[in-house]
Design a protein. Sequence first.
Length: 726
Amino acid sequence: MAILKVEPLTTARALRGPFDYRRPAAMEDLEVGSVVRVPFGPRRLLGVVVDFADASELPLERLAEPIEALEAGAPPELVGLGLWVAREYCSTPSRGLQLVLPPGTGTGSGRPTRAKVELRAEILPAGEAALSGGERLGVKQRAALEALRAGELSARELASAVGADRQTLRRLEQRGLVATRDSRLRRAPGGAALTAPAERPRLLPEQQAAVEAIVAALDGDAGAPRRQLLHGVTGSGKTEVYLAAVEAALERGHGAIVLVPEIGLAPQAVARFRARLGDRFAVLHSALSAGERYDEWQRLRSGEASVCVGPRSAVFAPVRDLGLIVIDEEHDPSYKQEGDPTYDARAVARRRAEVSDAVLVAGTATPRPESWLELPRLELPKLRMPPVHLVDMREADPRSGPIHPETWAALEAVRVAGTKAIVMINRRGFAPWLNCRSCGHHWSCPNCDVSLIVHRHSGRLVCHHCAHVEVAPRACTECGSTTLSRAGAGTERIEALLAERLGPMPIFRLDSDTAAGRGAHARILARFGEAPSAVLVGTQMVAKGHDFPEVTLSAILDADATLRFPDFRAEERTFAMVAQLAGRSGRGEAGGEVIVQTLAPNAASIEHASRHDSAGFLAGELERRQRLHYPPYSHLVRINFSAEVEARVETAATGLATELRRTLPEGSELLGPAPMFRVRNRHRRRVLIKADDREATVGAVREAVESRAADRSLREVSIGVDVDPQ
Ligand SMILES: [Zn+2]
Ligand SMILES: [Zn+2]
């Protein structure tokens, strides 16, 4: 095989390989996945060997040779998976391959020696947007972020690679998008703070049956399904089943991947895996430093570790002889990547399991309609669930505020009994609106079409969509009046109301404001756990990843908030949220109850959740999806347009929509463009496509989008494609 097929690693969408190179005699040991530096016109690029061939369309003497081969490379068995992601999610081969390359490829960050700059953007909501392009970043800032995407670099390396000077770095650092750290620090990933017992508890009969079914699949028994849904409420023992299945895979000489929604929200589960698996355990996630990530990656690649636990990106972990993939909380939206490529780790897991003949287990208390429809089920025991009491807020006296008298009564009872309560509301901050009572002036974000949120602790008005912050005014900026009204409620206001009425009982607030620092989330939960009697108030975070038997009351104050999103998954999300919160109450001997305040007591999701009826909800939801031609009965592709100039977005969106109406395959339906909206000072429009034939539709969209890559009139418009949008 004298010819190398090389896919360049580049951000340019139009540059698409693979390109042919001659294999030099000195590079006999190259394999699929090897990284080489190649001449490309006047430039030098890094590229990945994706295939070999005996002949090229070009004469051999006209082909160039790689300049050098790098030490690092992607595992050959994962190169196909990276390219599959690129095709399936309308991305570029380069972006797909980046997912399976060792962290820091081509940057020399594998052996860090001095202070390095590392990318923090991936773990911030605002950073995702910055990375996916289109935000207000200078050319150098953007180039620096792109370079750091592949791994950390020293300031000097960054300067020579993309010309980013100190000022550029300082700006990025101020925005929180990058951080500088001393790379001589310890590289073993942290998390030792939490310990968990290593002994194996006795399995219940249902757990035992589930483990046996998975083991039968691992042994390749005829008739044992290769993919299974493990359905069980919180506390029914799913983690023990995963652990037993992973141990069975290890005994058979296989490795395993365990996907968890967000590592920060699953400290208890991660600690259990670490305690039971010891040295065989590795963890991969974006909160690790680049050096730590590199080390964990190498431990897996070398076979030193065989089990990888991590969030969505861990689906690409280089686990050897993969035999089992577990997806915990498989309904969780964090399995979908927002930036390009917009992959869904659940779909990638399925593909990877198929290709490597591994067994797939998806576990959840609230299955997605598609999984319910497609996967054979393993049922864990039904636990005694707490009664759910629906409180109809349409009939409530508006003067009684965001907490209904019935909810207050239940909270008072918790205080008297000396137990604990969890209170959830879907919005952080103090109040979602600030208005002037005299002239009606309303404070909204100068960059986005949304209201500014009042944050009382910081004395600021904050936009939850962009980084805009201003000092909260004492008087109206329009008329000078001092009668300002802070309407509505967020976590801060509820915290204040609870403290006022229930004090001195401690109130702990858990939302992305209080849990921002490293370890803050676990600390708040620990303090709530240690207090003899307390209330935990917060956003959806309070419904995830913990287990406190002393909780006798869960209350959700705005159960219909998620229903108001214009999203076909709104019902599914709402059901999952209410069911998850209900599962947090009454876990101990004392029993418990659940209060659901809502303006929509008759919504299917809320009604079924109040009866703990997954099967009933899913039957109705699947019927609705079929009628409306939504997944799993179709595929969705969303195209996002954005630009600073409104007219440019208009031209691009309507032009592309018109073309696609002509070129989309039979069975596709194009909706939109939807109305214009503005976020982070950019005008945005969306087009949605419902499709029967996914491959042909993605193909048509790719062609239409890429034909515009060279169009100078659209240069300032960013066009993003999201396949299977959430
Ligand atoms: Zn006013
Ligand atoms: Zn804003």
